[in-house]
Design a protein around this ligand. Structure first.
Ligand SMILES: C[S@@+](CC[C@H](N)C(=O)[O-])C[C@H]1O[C@@H](n2cnc3c(N)ncnc32)[C@H](O)[C@@H]1O
Length: 486
């Protein structure tokens, strides 16, 4: 079945699956899809040393032994001190608890519009070329041509396992122990809370990719070099607790999805930028992080002024609410995201007498599945194709080409004789899409909790509220679109 949906383009963070496919050597692409969405609960043992006698307390947990609670300022001042001792110039901002995003950077002084801030030097930036505390482990990964994302995910875990002897220990200690990420949602939670949203499938695909990547690494590399990539710690104080396993990979990918930036002026390199990654997203600003060749540091230029005590924001890119939820685990407040968009699934009807011919026309235009980025020409063209009768066979290819944005000339194709049916088809698609959201929202009852302070809510209520926020926005957008067409 051909499906048309709006495409989302990530600016700061490339889609992992896309990047993985684009860069990975043979052997890194075949993800075992059957394990999709399966939550792996790790049983790990934590030992407590007690004078001469060592007692081993076995606890069941699925958290990792490093990082901190995201809603606390634990380790933040140590991080700030270490950064300034390591070359970060004096800053006009400090890490504080904030209303939006738990911890964030807050202005200490007046900040002008158009001012350059941060200046994080390259020596404090983590890239695929950063030095490993265990150089042999880095060598093995490079020899196996592991792409940047899995390499950085492994690097983070490796450095975390070196604790204080890693140069990044103060940074890692200030990272959230459990980043807000859909990677932490179970399959049952995704099915239940994102039932109405297209994001559910993308989340499942992302989880599958992460699991597949970890399994590939384990099979091809970790199992062959167990001394370099141990599954468990064998030293105090973490005897038996996890090092290179699924749970720690979920953590490191969660960190990458929510903190990795692409630096356009460094040839698009992906990097973790300590300090800069304490900045939260606002839909009201457009400024983003980049490497500044003149000051030789990572900076951003403010596009509004700030007074002391105000939180300073950057933009994570023009992303829909669904995309923000997918990568960063939050949904902006209702109506505040001008870049929000809705996926409208459209499909050919199998009962259509010309189903095969229309499908063939779509294939010829290489738009299978179709991704509509332009609007509304492509959508209208697709609708024309769906509703066109057998007598219009000769036009199928033209319609398919227009639907796939492959037309050489940008002329607005028009078929007045089927205009009404095409519009009705679009409206019906909107109705059916809205009904899914409405059903979910009705079943969820009215909720109006503040998801910007997740720790105050319990997990079930928090996930449900995120889903309600996402669906409310989506329902309103689709409804708005429908009204616009009528
Ligand atoms: C790059 S980090 C920013 C620093 C983060 N607040 C921290 O304490 O580590 C991205 C994460 O911050 C949070 N965040 C960023 N912008 C937000 C916003 N507008 N609303 C709610 N949470 C936000 C999300 O948890 C996201 O995954």
């Amino acid at each position: 079945m051909a499906e048309a949906s709006r495409t989302f383009h990530t600016i700061l963070l490339p889609s992992f699956s896309h990047l993985h496919k684009a860069q990975s050597p043979a052997g890194f692409t075949d993800f075992p899809r059957k394990r999709c969405g399966h939550r792996i609960v790790v049983h790990c043992s934590v030992s407590t040393t007690n004078d001469a006698s060592r007692t081993k307390t076995t606890v069941t947990q699925n958290t990792i032994p490093w990082g901190c609670e995201i809603d606390s300022l634990e380790n933040a001042s140590t991080l700030q001190k270490w950064l300034s001792d390591s070359g970060l110039p004096p800053q006009k901002m400090a890490i504080q608890k904030v209303d939006v995003g738990e911890r964030g950077l807050v202005a200490l002084k007046n900040i002008r519009k158009g001012e350059k801030l941060l200046f994080v030097p390259p020596s404090l930036v983590i890239t695929a070329d950063s030095k490993w505390s265990c150089p042999e482990a880095g060598e093995v990964l490079k020899q196996c041509s592991v792409p940047d994302w899995p390499l950085l995910a492994t690097y983070l875990i490796s450095e975390a396992s070196f604790e204080k002897s890693s140069r990044w220990s103060n940074y890692i200690s200030a990272l959230p122990r459990q980043p807000y990420s859909l990677l932490y949602w179970t399959r049952a939670e995704l099915d239940r809370y994102l039932e109405a949203s297209q994001i559910r499938e993308r989340a499942i695909e992302r989880i599958t990719n992460v699991i597949g990547t970890y399994n590939d690494l384990r099979l091809r590399i970790f199992s062959k070099y167990p001394d370099l990539f141990p599954e468990e710690f064998d030293v105090a104080p973490y005897y038996g607790s996890q090092v290179f396993n699924m749970e720690t990979f979920k953590w490191s990918f969660g960190i990458l999805f929510s903190r990795l930036v692409r630096l356009p002026s460094m040839d698009g390199r992906v990097a973790l930028v300590p300090w800069a990654d304490m900045l939260n997203h606002s839909c009201e600003v457009e400024t983003f992080l980049d490497y500044d060749k003149s000051s030789q540091g990572v900076v951003f230029t403010t596009d509004q002024q700030y007074q002391p005590g105000e939180q300073v924001f950057i933009s994570y890119g023009k992303k829909s609410n669904g995309e923000l939820l997918l990568s960063y685990g939050f949904v902006p407040r209702e109506g505040t995201n001008p870049s929000d968009s809705v996926e409208l699934p459209l499909s050919l009807k199998k009962s259509d007498k010309c189903y095969k011919e229309k499908l063939e026309a779509l294939r010829k235009s290489e738009c299978f599945p179709i991704q509509i980025t332009g609007w509304p020409l492509e959508l209208m063209a697709y609708a024309y194709l769906v509703v066109s009768p057998p007598s219009m066979k000769g036009k199928f290819e033209e319609m398919a080409a227009a639907a796939s944005n492959k037309m050489t000339s940008k002329k607005d194709i028009k078929y007045p004789e089927i205009d009404e049916q095409a519009l009705q088809f679009i409206l019906d698609s909107c109705e059916s899409s809205i009904s899914k959201y409405s059903r979910f929202l009705q079943a969820s009852g009215s909720m109006d909790l503040d998801t910007t302070s997740p720790k105050q809510l319990n997990r079930r209520v928090f996930l449900k509220q995120l889903a309600v926020d996402l669906c409310t926005n989506t329902e309103e957008k689709t409804e708005g679109y429908k009204k616009w067409r009528t």
